[in-house]
Ligand binder design. Sequence first.
Ligand code: KG4
Ligand code: ZN
Length: 339
Amino acid sequence: MSIILGIETSCDETAAAIVADQTHVVANVIYTQTVHAEYGGVVPELASREHVSRLRPLVVDAFDIARIKPARIDGIAVTRGPGLIGCLLVGVSYAKGLSVALGKPFIGVNHLEGHVVSNRLVTPDFPFPHVTLIVSGGHTSLVRIDSWEKYETLGQTRDDAAGEALDKIGKLVGFPYPAGPTIDRTARDGNPEAIKFPRAWLEEGSLDFSFSGVKTSAAVYLEKHAEAAKEESLPDFLASFQAAIVDVLVEKLIAAAQKIDAKGVALAGGVASNSQLRAETRAAADKSGLAFSAPPAEYCTDNAAMIAARGAIELDAGRFSPLDTVAVPTWPVGGDPVG
Ligand code: KG4
Ligand code: ZN
């Protein structure tokens, strides 16, 4: 078993972590970039520059917290894709440099497979096969997990990611980016049945998602009913909008699990922190006799512990990346990088 340094720089979190024996997190440090808040979304060039200045101090912090010297690690795991190419390049270049300097192997990790493995950190014995819903600002996918290294995408969004739809409507009502957590808190005081927003089920049996319709429907509603954004009506509006997204996510996750005769369902990604999504998924899993797992918030949001944990599986199996490995903006779960 090994000690792995994990590095994550695919979007707007700069993160470093040290994980021992595949699942034991000994250090996990994250800097969530605040520079994007005033723009209402991630500005790629600013994100890359923040990674450049923040990454090294975070790696030093991780070693301090773990109380080990860099020479003690067995390898470096870094997010290779998918993500913003300029951001990925910062982490990948840094990891390669460290790999050469320390004479340790490096492993280019699929960010989404990292999200899948985040559940292993909290539920190491979660039964196989299970289905993981990866739901974040950039992704919404259902993934079949047959072992901690065997994955297959069952369905994904055809347009907006769930978090993206939440963030866009949050922006319209004046919430800072990212709006998901504020929507979550505000919706707790609202009635999810106050406004009937559409649910996009797509074709019979489809495990794909579409959130652009419900997003447009909510935006049009706001245009027609300006009072919906006022303080007293906002909880009902947001609870109804959030429910239209959560209902579809939960129903398709359970349908996917039943289709493959899975033993459990898991949540991963930033939106997996959502209290309504967690509560509904747990209840639906209980009703269907399925095991349930969802990581705590620090492992839902982008983090390097999950990257180290995913990399550890590769390294312990004797697999690592050659030094000419490049960052890749597109890379499906369980598949080959695109481009
Ligand atoms: O995984 P993540 O940190 O980064 C991406 O890969 O996108 O996810 C960020 C997304 C944002 O859209 C944010 O609004 C959403 O996760 N999010 C939430 C909550 N916490 C974060 N959405 C709903 N409820 C939450 N509690
Ligand atoms: Zn992510």
